[in-house]
Design a protein around this ligand. Sequence first.
Ligand code: FBP
Length: 553
Amino acid sequence: MSKISALQKARSKYVPKLPDILKQCGPFVTIQEGAATKSVADQKAIKALYPDTYGLPVLTFAPGQKGPRAVQKVAVILSGGQAPGGHNVIAGLFDALKALNPNNELFGFLGGPSGLLEDKYLNISAELVDQYRNTGGFDMICSGRTKLETEEQFAKVAQTCKKHGITAVVIIGGDDSNTNACSLAQYLLTKKTGIQVIGCPKTIDGDLKNEWIEVSFGFDTATKVYSELIGNIMRDANSARKYWHFIKLMGRSASHIALECALQTHPNACLISEEIAEKNISLQEIVEKLTKLVVKRAENGMNFGVVLIPEGLIEFIPEIKLLITQLNDLLAKNKKHFEALTEIDRKIDFVAGKLQGESATVFAALPDSIKAQLLSDRDPHGNVQVSRIETEKLLIEMIERRLARINARRKNKAPVKFSTLAHFFGYEGRCSAPSNFDADYCYSLGYTAAALLGAGKTGYMASVRNISRSADKWLPGGIPLTMMMNIEHRHGKDVPVIRKALVELTARPFREFASHRNTWARGVDFVYPGPIQYFGPKSVCDQPSITLQLEQK
Ligand code: FBP
């Protein structure tokens, strides 16, 4: 490991707070079963696909008998994009497994699911865990985006587990990775291997949440880091008074991150993709609205401002959404021919020649850089890689064009100045040292996963609820993975997936934002949240996200 900073050294001594029940009895819990459950939709189809895990009850914990449990060898993987707190999930899992039985072993499979397929791992020791407690990043065992979905892959995982005598697999991942965890659990049950599978909810995007999973880990820290950076930029904008900052924020399809950052910092504008889709707002209309804002502020002597843009915006603008669907079909149908074209200009010409109707016009009007980004590789789950599409620059360019026309008509008035800077915050926040909230939540999730394993459970996601309260009042338990699933049409096929949570326009966080945004647009109501604090009063260090506080108000 590289040399550690003084802060990291002090922070490594932080003891994550556990819910009362786990503090009292450690992972020795008695499982209390709720009623049989159903999937969120498509019950018949999900039941047919997951006959052995469908309908399992929600689990809660009560104090149990202490005393060593049967020895377990557990595999753990980190899957997908980095999120602050992953190392603490492993630390919680490790500590609880050792408490259950000091002979338990934890294997960290390297580079995500592919580690399990290629049998690449390291033995996780107490010394190793101690080096990574309360640190950001996934570098202890690294992550990867390989999808675990075919029978052949499941057979390989079973083979790897058999080879090492592994009795359980813990998958720390987002909605897609936990969908894969559900299928793996079913496969291992069908084959009567006795190997358990438990998932843990990870993603900075905040879109793996529902009634039972209140938030995915990493969202809290990442949004605090972005809000600090946005606040710093706002203060700069308000000091120099000469730039418009267009800040794109990670988050994939959902706008939870942008919304949370808006609630924390009060920007002059924040686009919410879900609202744009619901109200059928076109790209031209977005540009028109933002241009009006720039003109209005200029007339009030404010040639500056801050605009937040969610990463997935482009997919939600109705005409671009249609264009992306048509591009996906077109690229799938002409895969060989398209891939044989080596130059991007030729790829663009090829696609432009094949598109028809409104999509042809929309594509033609886009700057070449955006056309190229829309044609770039899909991720292994088949998603457009929205983090690579420079929506912030697209909007700037379109507003500039619109302003040029407006300025040309403003004969007797000074032209509206529009000096811009584009930013993209994503990778800056994914590996930050976890906030107290994420450090505690992740440690509790890992601990809960071990308690579920100790109780012989499979096909569950570790869940910790009631998390806007102080950690002692948190409620650990297990949620059947099948309960969160439905059937969706993806890339030409109907597939079972955990339902993603997008921003709900009727829920408190959006309503709170919507009730203030006009005021924020006009003035300088900026809030500068400053950096995450790890030492100091609870009111500064232990506050969960505003979204969570509003959702649980
Ligand atoms: P997960 O969904 O795997 O948690 O990833 C989150 C994310 O950070 C998204 O916000 C972003 O679009 C994507 O990862 C970027 O992917 P990559 O790390 O492969 O560049």
